[in-house]
Write a protein that binds this ligand. Structure first.
Ligand SMILES: *Cc1c(COP(=O)(O)O)cnc(C)c1O
Length: 389
C-alpha cells in the first residue's frame, strides 16, 4: 500500500484492507493528537504551532490521517483546516457563552441518558471521536480523558428505556458511537431492540465524513439486523464529499439505512447561499437527505464560528424554490436550557392569514391571495388573477 494519503480521492472506491490506511483501526491508531505532527504537512510557523499547543491544553486535538489528507496545506481558511485544527480563538471569551447552554446536564436522567422530549431519548455512549470538531457542542465532555460507558451504566440505561413506555425513538450519540468495536455496538443495539415499545433507533456519527473506512461490510451487515435504523451524519462543506465518504454512505443506504445530514452553520466555512446550496445538492446526489442546519450553539470555545441568525434565514431563502425542496434543510436554533429545537423560517412567505384568506409571497417575490377553506365563507368568485401588485 502506498503512503500517499491523497490517493483514492480521484480513483475507484478502494476495498478496506486490514493494516493499511484503508483500514479504520489503522486510521484510529495513527490519528494525530499532537500539533507537532502536522507542522510539516501544513507548513505551520512557530507562532501558529505554539498557539495550537496552548489551545490543546484546554481542548484536545485529534484528526484521522484521512481527514487530514483533505486539508490544503497553505490555506488557513481551508474549511477542513478550520474544522479540525485548534485555533487561538477557542481561548477567547465571549460574553454569552456557556459550557452547557442547552441544559443537557439538567435533562440527564442517568449518566449518559438525556430525556428532554417525551417520546425520545438521547444516549451518549462515549466522549471519543475520530476527529475533535473545533465547533463541537459537547466540548464540556472533552475534559477528564476519554471514556466509554461501563456495562453497569448501560444496564441502567436499558432499564430506564424499558420502564418508560412513551420512549419510541432512541438516539445513540456521543462522542461518536462508531468508535466502539462492532461486537460491542451490536450488544447495545440488541438490548435496545429488545424493548417492545422502541420503534426506531437513530445513530449520530461523523464517521462517513471523517473516518469513512469505519463503514465496512462487517459493520453494515451487523446494523442491517437491527433496522429500522436512521443514521444522521455531519457534512459541513462540499469538499468533504469524496469518493470515500460517498462509498460509506452508499454502503449504508444499500443496506436499508437512510442517511440524513445535520450541518452546523459555521463562519468562514459554509455561511453563504452558494456553499450551502452546493453542499446540499451534492448530498442529494450521493443519496443523503439534508435534515437540519443548526445555528452554532453558544458553547464556550466556539464563539468564533457563530454567525448572525439573519445568515441562516438568508440561506434558506436563497435555497427554497431555487433548488430541489429535498435539498433544503430545516434551519433550527437549539433553545437554551432544554427548550428544544426551534425551527426558523424566513418570515417573507406569509404576509397575513385570516379565516378568509392568506396573503402569500412566492419564491420569486410575487404576492398573491390564497383562499382559506373551512371558514364557512364561500370561496370568492375570481374574475381576474389573485396577484397583488
Ligand atoms: C436533537 C435532540 C433530539 C432529537 O430531536 P429531533 O428533532 O427529533 O431530531 C432528542 N433529544 C435531544 C436531547 C436532542 O438534543
Amino acid at each position: 500500500m502506498n503512503s500517499n494519503t491523497e490517493s483514492g480521492r480521484d480513483a475507484e472506491i478502494p476495498p478496506h484492507e486490514e493494516g493499511t490506511l484503508l483500514d479504520w483501526k489503522w486510521q484510529l491508531r495513527n490519528s494525530i493528537k499532537n500539533p507537532d505532527k502536522v507542522k510539516e504537512k501544513l507548513n505551520l510557523n512557530d507562532v501558529e504551532l505554539n498557539q495550537m499547543k496552548d489551545v490543546v491544553k484546554r481542548y484536545p486535538f485529534r484528526v484521522t490521517p484521512y481527514y487530514l489528507s483533505l486539508v490544503k496545506a497553505d490555506d488557513r481558511n481551508d474549511p477542513i483546516f478550520l474544522q479540525s485544527m485548534p485555533a487561538k480563538e477557542e481561548n477567547q471569551l465571549y460574553f454569552d457563552v456557556q459550557e452547557d447552554p442547552l441544559g443537557e446536564e439538567h435533562d440527564t436522567v442517568l449518566p449518559g441518558l438525556i430525556h428532554r422530549y417525551p417520546d425520545r431519548v438521547l444516549l451518549t455512549l462515549t466522549n471519543i471521536c475520530p476527529v475533535y470538531c473545533r465547533h463541537c457542542t459537547r466540548k464540556r465532555n472533552w475534559k477528564n480523558g476519554e471514556w466509554i460507558r461501563t456495562s453497569k451504566e448501560m444496564d441502567d440505561i436499558y432499564s430506564y428505556i424499558r420502564s418508560d413506555k412513551r420512549i419510541r425513538d432512541v438516539i445513540i450519540s456521543g462522542g461518536d458511537p462508531f468508535i466502539l468495536c462492532t461486537s460491542k455496538l451490536e450488544n447495545i443495539l440488541k438490548n435496545i431492540r429488545h424493548v417492545p415499545h422502541v420503534e426506531i433507533i437513530r445513530i449520530g456519527t461523523r464517521c462517513p465524513v471523517v473516518l469513512p473506512q469505519r463503514i465496512d461490510d462487517e459493520l453494515v451487515s451487523m446494523l442491517k439486523k437491527y433496522r429500522p435504523i436512521w443514521l444522521n451524519t455531519h457534512f459541513n462543506h462540499p469538499r468533504e464529499i469524496t469518493l470515500q465518504s460517498r462509498g460509506a454512505c452508499d454502503k449504508l443506504i444499500c443496506a436499508g439505512i437512510p442517511v440524513n445530514n445535520q450541518s452546523v452553520l459555521l463562519k468562514g466555512i459554509n455561511d453563504n447561499v452558494d456553499t450551502m446550496t452546493e453542499l446540499c445538492q451534492k448530498l442529494l446526489a450521493i443519496g443523503v437527505r439534508p435534515y437540519y442546519l443548526f445555528q452554532c450553539d453558544p458553547v464556550s470555545g466556539t464563539g468564533h464560528f457563530r454567525t448572525s441568525i439573519f445568515m441562516g434565514l438568508d440561506i434558506i431563502k436563497g435555497m427554497r424554490g431555487f433548488t430541489s425542496g429535498l435539498a433544503v434543510p430545516t434551519f433550527v436554533v437549539d433553545g437554551l436550557e432544554g427548550q428544544g429545537k426551534v425551527p426558523l423560517q424566513p418570515p417573507d412567505y406569509m404576509l397575513s392569514l385570516d379565516y378568509n384568506h392568506a396573503v402569500l409571497k412566492g419564491y420569486k417575490g410575487d404576492v398573491f391571495r390564497y383562499y382559506n377553506p373551512g371558514s364557512g365563507m364561500p370561496a370568492p368568485i375570481q374574475d381576474e388573477s389573485n396577484k397583488i401588485k
